[in-house]
Design a protein around this ligand. Structure first.
Ligand SMILES: [Zn+2]
Ligand SMILES: [Zn+2]
Length: 163
């Protein structure tokens, strides 16, 4: 850093320098106060914890179990689970509730469900099953399940039902 030699300054320059320095110190003080002393990471962590708690509460409710799980494939890692609008497009519904705020299905959507006393018509799915349902209209798990059922019915009929 270049040293500033105040003794070479004219009185006006010195005045401006002192004023500037005072302001500079004032702002660095404020900066420290806001970004240095206050530990924002603590607040951020608290917000994350709160969102987690709310999510768990909602998932527990719609799973009707202390350990939430995907109603389609039984996935029970909370990180993979989400709330699915049983009939129809969840995104559209969320958009309908509150324009853009709910489209991501994030924290505001979970809070909304709690505030509205857990409206009916929702279930817990994992993101895989939820995505498949949204994009293809069905989940391969269900399809596989149906195929197994169909096959076992056929087998049963072939074995026990005589014409
Ligand atoms: Zn699933
Ligand atoms: Zn599935």
């Amino acid at each position: 850093m270049k040293r500033i030699l105040t003794r070479n300054m004219s009185p006006e320059e010195l005045e401006a320098y002192k004023k500037g320095r005072k302001q500079y110190l004032h702002y660095t003080y404020l900066y420290d106060k806001i970004f240095g002393i206050v530990d924002w990471s603590k607040y951020k962590q608290a917000a994350i914890e709160r969102a987690k708690r709310i999510r768990l509460e909602v998932l527990v409710h719609y799973s009707n179990s202390d350990k939430p799980f995907c109603v389609c494939c039984n996935e029970s890692n909370m990180e993979f689970l989400c709330i699915d609008h049983i009939d129809g497009n969840g995104n559209e519904h969320r958009r309908h509730i509150n324009n853009s705020k709910f489209t991501s299905g994030g924290a505001p959507f979970y809070s909304w469900l709690i505030k509205n006393k857990y409206p009916k018509g929702y279930q817990v799915l994992c993101f895989n099953c939820n995505n498949s349902k949204a994009h293809y209209g069905y989940c391969p798990h269900k399809k596989a399940q149906e195929e197994i059922e169909q096959a076992s019915i056929k087998l049963y009929e072939a074995t026990y039902v005589k014409e």
